[in-house]
Design a protein around this ligand. Structure first.
Ligand code: NAG
Ligand code: NAG
Ligand code: NAG
Ligand code: NAG
Ligand code: NAG
Ligand code: NAG
Ligand code: NAG
Ligand code: NAG
Length: 562
């Protein structure tokens, strides 16, 4: 949601002499190493081996090093880091003394006084935790330092092992994304054309056209879309998924106690359903008191609040049962706890999930929060905290289908950190969605567009991500929350050009050709729905093909008819 506070730390180089340097890494280009998606979110008895055998931290990746970590403590000197190289960083950490648990951050200093967070982990005593992140530099740096910092500033003794820093060129990074897209978002198809007797027909001409996409990619919409046919046409041409920016929120549907008004939400739902656009339900409760209706904040007793909460959840979900594919149940619960506090029940959210599950069994129930994938600087929403809360909900047994919502309100995105966070979340094998992607309006439009492209490419190519939503609802004359795709006349801004370019890149517009000697025409296409037609002489046949995910070639038989 909001930008993270920028922590500027002064760097005192002489300090690292006192602290003692744990290791040196020299940076030489290595060819042919593939990105390693491996991640761990369980605290383990013994650490795993270093990824990439340590990468450029060659020296003794297997030796355990001990150090004291307070507000900051240098651990690695990295020499000759280059600009635009994508560095993936990881290590295993255990606390020896000073605390049972601590939030440990890895920070990088390139000597310009800024210590960027490059990864974080909730580390524990008696067992090893995995920290994974990374960074990209704007300018080359001859000498850089990786620091470890206990988020609360207190000194703790830690052990560190299996550290790894792996550089990837921009081309390698792109190649790996392409490879992942080929495996997860596309599939090979063999179309077998035969005659009425079942004999293969060679030389038949086959034409294939994608008519729907499998991957949900969409944007928030606001009530401003109602009655605005230009905006509606623009939206429908591009997107297969939507979310209402504010119109389902409690303050919108029940501005005063008992005065329920679903007029706007109903009209928006009619629009999306008329165009077969799937829609997320956002949100049932928002844990931030600022966005809780004033009359709810005013309720004086827990009993009154309990009754209001119960009416909200059953009223909303029985009205819209089956209409919304997801529900964000307790929005931003890593940062806020209005309901837990005011109900005096630490399990309140767990109960909300259970009630939602009972009221709308087909919807996937989501947690949704900010600053999980955007940064590792927010102490309230580290990836490990998110994993812990999800495990807690699952242990509670209330909901068996939770999804992981990552808002994705970015300032300058750190691509290898985004990927590392997604890697860790993927260990839970739950659906992951980027739910509110935008880039801060503090950047000019060209920069917003460039950063947006990086985030969208990272999201679409990550094997754990199931859908992407932009937070770009258009309010003519008012603008958008942070980032607009178009101006008020629906003419693209740079961010809109990026979206259109990617939409175009991520579909199989048309494929065609003649069947071979075995009567086969083959192609590789993006997952989704296709119209397939085959013609030979005056015989022809047309059918649909639903291409869903699979490791193997999909085979389709078409028999020609007169
Ligand atoms: C780093 O770069 C400097 C200057 O180009 C060079 O002298 C030095 O050998 C390099 N160090 C390593 C470890 O590559
Ligand atoms: C990745 O795929 C895109 C789209 O197909 C293509 O234009 C680009 O050249 C590919 N890049 C690499 C490095 O393979
Ligand atoms: C419900 O909301 C609509 C749209 O804002 C408004 O026109 C209508 O008057 C409201 N109905 C009631 C009963 O308040
Ligand atoms: C909330 O309570 C305050 C103080 O009693 C009152 O002034 C205000 O009108 C109330 N607001 C709502 C929306 O009920
Ligand atoms: C985040 O954590 C800090 C420190 O624990 C706390 O003071 C703050 O209120 C939390 N909430 C938000 C929204 O950042
Ligand atoms: C919260 O839920 C958990 C799991 O169902 C249960 O073990 C625990 O006792 C509950 N706590 C409270 C305060 O109800
Ligand atoms: C936007 O502002 C212009 C000029 O001030 C006005 O003519 C137009 O109706 C407004 N559009 C909307 C959608 O409010
Ligand atoms: C289709 O073409 C074949 C051979 O060219 C011809 O014998 C046949 O009568 C045609 N059938 C129809 C229904 O036009």
């Amino acid at each position: 949601m909001r930008g993270s506070p920028l922590l500027g730390f002064l760097l005192f180089y002489p300090l690292f002499l006192q602290w003692g340097i744990l290791s040196y890494g020299s940076v030489a280009a290595q060819q042919g190493t593939w990105y390693d998606y491996t991640a761990y979110t369980e605290c383990k008895r013994s650490p795993e081996a270093a990824l990439y055998r340590g990468g450029v931290i060659k020296e003794g990746a297997d030796t355990v090093r001990e150090t004291t970590v307070g507000s900051s403590s240098p651990a690695f000197v990295l020499l000759n880091l280059t600009a635009t190289t994508i560095y993936s960083f990881s290590c295993w950490v255990k606390i020896n003394r000073g605390a049972d648990s601590a939030l440990l951050k890895a920070r990088l200093s390139t000597g310009d006084g800024v210590l960027n967070c490059i990864g974080s982990s909730v580390v524990k005593r008696h067992c090893w935790s995995f920290l994974k992140g990374g960074f990209v530099l704007d300018t080359a740096s001859q000498t850089s330092l990786v620091f470890f910092q206990n988020a609360d500033g207190k000194p703790i003794d830690i052990s560190l092992v299996s550290a790894s820093l792996q550089p990837f060129s921009a081309e390698e990074w792109e190649m790996h994304r392409n490879n992942s897209i080929s495996r997860k978002r596309k599939r090979a198809v063999a179309i077998h054309v035969s005659d009425a007797e079942g004999n293969p027909v060679s030389g038949a001409s086959v034409s294939v056209e994608q008519i729907a996409k499998d991957f949900p990619f969409g944007s928030a919409i606001a009530k401003t879309i109602l009655g605005n046919s230009k905006y509606q046409d623009w939206f429908v041409e591009r997107f297969n998924a939507a979310v209402f920016e504010n119109e389902l929120k409690w303050y919108a549907t029940e501005p005063e106690p008992g005065r329920l008004n679903y007029t706007v939400a109903d009209a928006m739902l009619r629009f999306v359903h008329a165009h077969h656009i799937l829609v997320r339900g956002h949100n049932i409760f928002w844990e931030d008191p600022r966005y809780t209706p004033a009359w709810v904040r005013n309720l004086s007793s827990a009993d009154e609040l309990r009754s209001a909460v119960s009416s909200r959840i059953t009223g909303l979900l029985s009205r819209y049962k089956g209409d919304f594919v997801h529900w964000d149940v307790s929005n931003e619960m890593l940062h806020f706890d209005f309901y837990e506090r005011r109900l005096g029940n630490t399990n309140a959210s767990l109960e909300f999930f259970a009630a939602a599950r009972a009221a709308d069994p087909l919807a996937t129930l989501f947690m949704n929060d900010f600053n999980v994938v955007e940064t590792c600087d927010d102490v309230n929403s580290t990836v490990d905290d998110y994993v812990a809360r999800l495990r807690e909900l699952m242990r509670g047994g209330a909901a068996n289908l939770e999804g992981i919502g990552l808002e994705g309100h970015f300032s300058k995105p750190n691509l290898p950190l985004i990927r590392a966070v997604l890697d860790k979340l993927s260990t839970l094998h739950l659906p992951i969605w980027l739910t509110e992607v935008d880039i801060s309006k503090t950047f000019d439009r060209q920069t917003q567009a460039k950063y947006l492209e990086g985030v969208l490419r990272e999201g679409f190519s990550h094997p754990g991500v199931n859908g992407i939503m932009l937070w770009s609802a258009l309010h003519p004359n008012v603008s958008c929350y942070q980032m607009c795709l178009t101006d008020d006349d629906l003419e693209n801004l740079p961010a809109g050009d990026v979206v259109d370019r990617l939409l175009n890149e991520w579909e199989t517009k048309w494929a065609g050709g003649e069947t071979n000697d075995h009567g086969i025409f083959s192609f590789v296409g993006f997952l989704g729905e296709y119209m397939v037609s085959a013609t030979y002489g005056n015989r022809t046949s047309e059918t649909t093909l639903s291409l869903s995910q699979g490791d193997e070639t999909s085979h389709l038989n078409i028999q020609l008819q007169y």
